[in-house]
Design a protein around this ligand. Sequence first.
Ligand code: SAH
Length: 508
Amino acid sequence: MSGGIQGKVHLVGAGPGDPGLMTLRGRELVEQADCVMYDALVPRTMLGWCKTGCKLIDVGKRADRHTVPQEKINELLIDCSKRYKCTVRLKGGDPYVFGRGGEEAEALQAAKVEFEVVPGISSAIAGPAYAGIPVTHRNYSSQLTILSGHSAGDKEGISYATAIAKTLGTRVMLMGAARLADTMRELQKAGLPGQTPAAAVQWATTAKQVTVKATVATLAQASKQAGLSAPAVVIVGDVVKLADQLEWRQHLPLAGKRIIVTRTREQNETLCRMLRELGAEVAELPTLRIVPPADKQAFAKAVVNSPHHDWLVFTSPNGVERFFEAFYTVYKDLRELGGARIAALGPGTAEQLKKRGLMVDVMPQKAVAEELIAEFDRKADEYGGLAHCTVLWVHAQKARTVIRCELEKRKAIVDECIAYDVAPGNADYGKIVLEEGADLITFASSSAAVYFRQMGLELPKRCHVASMGPVTTETLNKLGVKPQVEAELHTIPSLVKAITQWATQSPS
Ligand code: SAH
């Protein structure tokens, strides 16, 4: 494959850890990339944004692993530019803030490889902000110095420390955890008062965030007691005084919780957003993908023949989406569908219909096929029964036959429209997400649980399980899993409520 291609390399900042802190341009590139080369501090959940078939290269530096030397990374990047049109070099924080991004850009430029730089939110800024510390403030500091903790130990250590001690305002130190005690001592020796406020924030913006507030004289000891180690941002200066007053995150109900959300990416949006707003670190793990039905022609035919049925029955939100996607490739106007009555299973399905301007006539309280039939019976007088009515049932490839059988028993003429199938998600990505562990994993449907197992995935140790309701719980039980959390109603808000209650009972 090599040769011929003149690809472009994008040096992209992944932000400090919270995936929501990635730039729009960065996300767009990760979604388009043919190859992504990433570091240890890059949030793994971002790899789930990659398209299928994207080549993933881990050049992460971890203590327990062989590190890839910088020269090798530079070479790899140049090599990738000849193999892939779009290579994303994903780096924690900002690529040019102590990320050696400058060296990578130099290597690319020397090799005449086109490149782009997408800045990211540096941990130097985000770390303090998530700990309630504004790096500048009119009353405390109008200067900001960002420094590396490594350099403080260089041969010119003392003069460097002297320079830092003499700077005004806020000093933010990255890579400073390992030599924290030495650095704090050197700064004091160089004249910085021991009572200067200082703080360290470990794993900033993630569920594992820990903040230690002290002074230059006491920070090393206090951090040791708190078990704090790399990666941490160290902040020295008067602005640290504001930390208690301006703390905004740690009191959120789900702060400190890492929650893995299974099912499809499309279906997870609301759940993920709600959990993030409550302070959780959320990692998506799509256990299933929506794919076209086995017989695409039959699906197309069913859509062409869909107008002028007496009833349309939709049993899933995906069915509604796929049906209308296909409908509008054939027809231009919703009115061509005719004046069918509509039945739906589950509030999500009704929601999808409502979005398209369609109200539901029959919907059971509980999203179960048998209940839908019972609801049809209850309302039979209103609409005059099902005998000789034409019904189009839009559903997934693997659906129970109850609906067809029961409708036919009531003398309806049932046409089926198999609109989609589900396939397991990417197991390799699943394993990467699970490696980091979690406090809770959610299963919002039975199929999410079944496919989780089919992908060969195992629950992380000490991880609790949340289920959407009795049906999902039953499936989980069959798989040998006992959920600790169960939604009262079969809805996302109800699941979120149950998770919030769980969090108050399981402090981090
Ligand atoms: N380019 C990165 C910094 C790379 S150097 C950026 O702009 O953030 C690696 C150092 O960054 C770590 O040693 C640590 O000091 C800091 N760091 C990165 N992510 C962090 C996080 N989530 N919490 C605390 N410190 C972090």
